[in-house]
Design a protein around this ligand. Structure first.
Ligand SMILES: C[S@@+](CC[C@H](N)C(=O)[O-])C[C@H]1O[C@@H](n2cnc3c(N)ncnc32)[C@H](O)[C@@H]1O
Length: 247
């Protein structure tokens, strides 16, 4: 993994126009996007290590977006054994299953009913390995913390939507965080109810998002946010942030 940039460097880079990146993105939108739309319009399979998952149409597909893989790569360095984990926005369920296979007691939530169904399907098909590893996954439909039972989690993990704008259909929730980034307002204002002194939240974000707005919301809600990993992909840089509650 590449050296981590400071938050100031991230913001500076985020504000600089990058003409080649813009061109790459245009090409991606013209060629790659239609292909992904075609591919994900039917149920397909995906394999990560020894985890096999099915991905239903309309559910975020880990094959085509590097954020899921980057989080999983980063999670190799985290000890999940016997940890109480909350995955916010589980999509296909791949990340929840990975952490349960590391021995975690996972609550996987998603706002989208289809994603909840998809996570459940994959938890069931991977249940033998999950049980063998001493983990477990409970799946719930929940708009952020709405239906999450009270309690403190050791780790909160998320690959969140980050584009500014409103979701018009359930599948859009994978991308849109609200016109005024209400997703992050709700996340940072409520997370302290589920985090203790030693709890950590790990979140992946693309440089395509409005970092300054997200950092501003974090600051307003007095949560500490710090970049801990960065990785360069062909069309974007991805960052992993660690979020904690100051004591
Ligand atoms: C970018 S996808 C990530 C899916 C999966 N974690 C992965 O990495 O492959 C974001 C997920 O968050 C879910 N989501 C969006 N807004 C949510 C909310 N307010 N509460 C719970 N889940 C939400 C979406 O439905 C989507 O499944």
């Amino acid at each position: 993994m590449k050296e981590v940039r400071t938050m100031e460097q991230i913001l500076k880079r985020n504000s600089v126009k990058q003409p080649f990146r813009a061109l790459e993105k245009r090409v991606r939108n013209l060629i790659y996007k239609p292909f992904v739309e075609w591919y994900t319009s039917r149920e397909s399979s995906y394999k990560y290590r020894d985890i096999h998952v099915k991905v239903k149409p309309g559910v975020f597909h880990p094959r085509f977006f590097s954020s899921t893989g980057f989080l999983l790569e980063f999670f190799e360095f985290i000890n999940f054994n016997r940890k109480k984990v909350l995955e916010i926005g589980s999509g296909s369920g791949l990340i929840s299953i990975f952490t349960a296979n590391e021995g975690a007691n996972v609550t996987a939530i998603d706002i989208c009913p289809l994603a909840v169904e998809n996570t459940n399907l994959n938890v069931v098909s991977n249940q033998d390995k999950i049980s063998l590893c001493g983990g477990n996954v409970t799946v719930l439909q929940s708009n952020l913390f709405e239906n999450v039972p009270a309690g403190i989690f050791d780790l909160l993990i998320l690959n969140p939507p980050f584009y500014q704008g409103d979701a018009k259909k359930p599948g859009d929730h994978a991308w849109y965080a609200g016109k005024d980034m209400e997703y992050f307002e709700e996340l940072f204002s409520k997370c302290r109810n589920y985090m203790g002194r030693d709890s950590e939240m790990y979140m992946v974000l693309s440089e395509d998002c409005n970092f300054s707005k997200i950092f501003e919301i974090a600051k307003k809600n007095a949560v500490l946010i710090k970049a801990v990993a960065v990785k360069q992909f062909i069309t974007e840089n991805l960052y992993i942030f660690k979020i904690t509650i100051p004591t």
